[in-house]
Design a protein around this ligand. Structure first.
Ligand code: DI6
Ligand code: FE
Length: 412
């Protein structure tokens, strides 16, 4: 490409400070910077004083001294569901136990019932309200799991809604099939038969409809065993789909090591992760996704092994885990703050956790997660004094502008 061509841009932002996040362990700060976009990608960035002479841009935006970061990525959510479980929250605070609630048909099955009963349109409308809260805070890519259907028809409905969210809003959506989230009542006492249904019917059908970007499971005493999880992973592998796992949330099932054996994208939660699990993840390049919202809401006390993950150079991502039972949370900035206060991440690690490492958790690290030429022009502008402020504040929203594929999205 000639210099002449390469300096014709669709849009240019000046009067911004960049946190490029291009190298691990640094904000990659460039003060008084400029960033240019062409055909939806970053075409140039650097100090404003270094702008090439003779550049031309269709539009030039004045960033008004804002900080500009990569668009945030929420890499683990169950944001598509119907109903909510505030009644259980209240019942528990009035003394009811989990067992009482389960006996009354509550818990995850209550969300399954509501989600099965909802029309696709109702489910979409309810989910969009939550998604919009994330968007307002600079989220440009969102992972959405199924798992409140537990039958083919409802899992399909959830994944179709997830795809429609990405078509309705200026947002990139990655879908994850989580059929192995809980045992549906129709299969009580027959977990292996349900796993068979997932592997032989549900997953192949949904994958053929292009509704599945990755496959997840809940590997836990109250979920599915490591053997059952591995059957799901094999089915995913045979369809060429990447895997990830809800692992070591409530007990150590060696789920992270299993995920690493299948070159999984991420292992998520990880409060009970062992050193063997950490070593396996490090060797496989599997990302550790920490979910402080669920830790907080469940009043969990067992900390994920953050220092050991750091020592092993396992990339750490942070996500909301937005779901009605254990993390009714629609603020990724709050998740970053909680990652610092509860898990002792540094503010830099928290921002890496919602940008470059979250991109890797979705297998999208070559496309997004940092500001580098050639990557998608997804970014957020913030009215803050320094990047640390994103993890520092509790409440409030300093997001001023969001850009997806080079196009400004109105986020207010
Ligand atoms: N782990 C969780 O924390 C959520 N799912 C999972 O596998 C809980 C989902 C719910 O209670 O609705
Ligand atoms: Fe989850």
């Amino acid at each position: 490409m000639s210099i002449e061509q390469s300096t014709r841009w669709d849009a240019l932002w000046v009067n911004v400070h960049l946190a490029t996040m291009a190298e691990r362990g640094s904000y990659g700060e460039i003060r008084d910077a400029a960033i240019a976009v062409r055909a939806g990608r970053i075409a140039w960035l650097g100090p404003r004083a270094a702008l090439p002479s003779g550049y031309r841009s269709v539009v030039t935006h004045d960033g008004d001294g804002c900080w500009l970061t990569p668009g945030l990525i929420d890499c683990h959510t169950h944001i598509v569901y119907a109903g909510n479980r505030s009644d259980e929250f209240e019942a528990r605070l009035n003394g009811a136990s989990y067992e009482d609630i389960a006996q009354r048909g509550g818990g995850i099955m209550s969300t399954v019932r509501s989600t099965r009963a909802a029309t696709e349109q109702t489910l979409l409308a309810a989910s969009l309200v939550r998604v919009k809260s994330l968007l307002a805070e600079g989220v440009t890519t969102l992972e959405i799991k199924s798992g409140y259907g537990l039958d083919l028809e409802t899992e399909r409905k959830m994944l179709r809604v997830a795809r429609r969210i990405g078509e309705t809003l200026p947002l990139r959506v990655r879908t994850t099939f989580l059929g192995a989230h809980a045992l549906p009542p129709e299969y009580a006492g027959r977990a292996d038969d349900y796993i068979e249904l997932i592997c032989k019917e549900m997953l192949p059908a949904l994958a053929a409809e292009n509704l599945v970007d990755a496959v997840d499971a809940f590997c836990e005493k109250i979920g599915f065993s490591a053997d059952q999880t591995e059957r799901v992973f094999r089915a995913a592998q045979s369809l060429g789909l990447p895997v990830k796992l809800h692992a070591e949330q409530l007990s150590d099932q060696s789920g992270a090591a299993l995920t690493a054996r299948y070159r999984g994208l991420s292992a998520d939660h990880l409060e009970y992760l062992s050193q063997a699990g950490i070593d396996a993840m490090a060797a496989a390049g599997t990302v550790a996704v920490l979910l402080p919202g669920a830790f907080y809401f469940l009043r969990e006390t067992k900390m994920p092994p953050v220092q050991a993950l750091r020592d092993a150079r396992v990339p750490i991502a942070i996500s909301t885990d937005c779901n009605p039972g254990t993390s009714p949370m629609t603020s990724l900035l709050l998740a970053m703050n909680m990652a610092c206060t509860l898990f002792r991440l540094t503010p830099l690690e928290a921002l890496e956790g919602t940008t470059r490492h979250a991109a890797k958790a979705l297998g999208l690290e070559r496309e997004m997660g940092s500001l580098e030429t050639g990557k998608a022009a997804d970014f957020a502008l913030w009215s803050i004094d320094r990047p640390v402020d994103l993890a520092y504040a509790i409440g409030g929203n300093p997001c001023r502008e969001v850009v997806v594929a080079g196009v400004v999205r109105d986020c207010r």
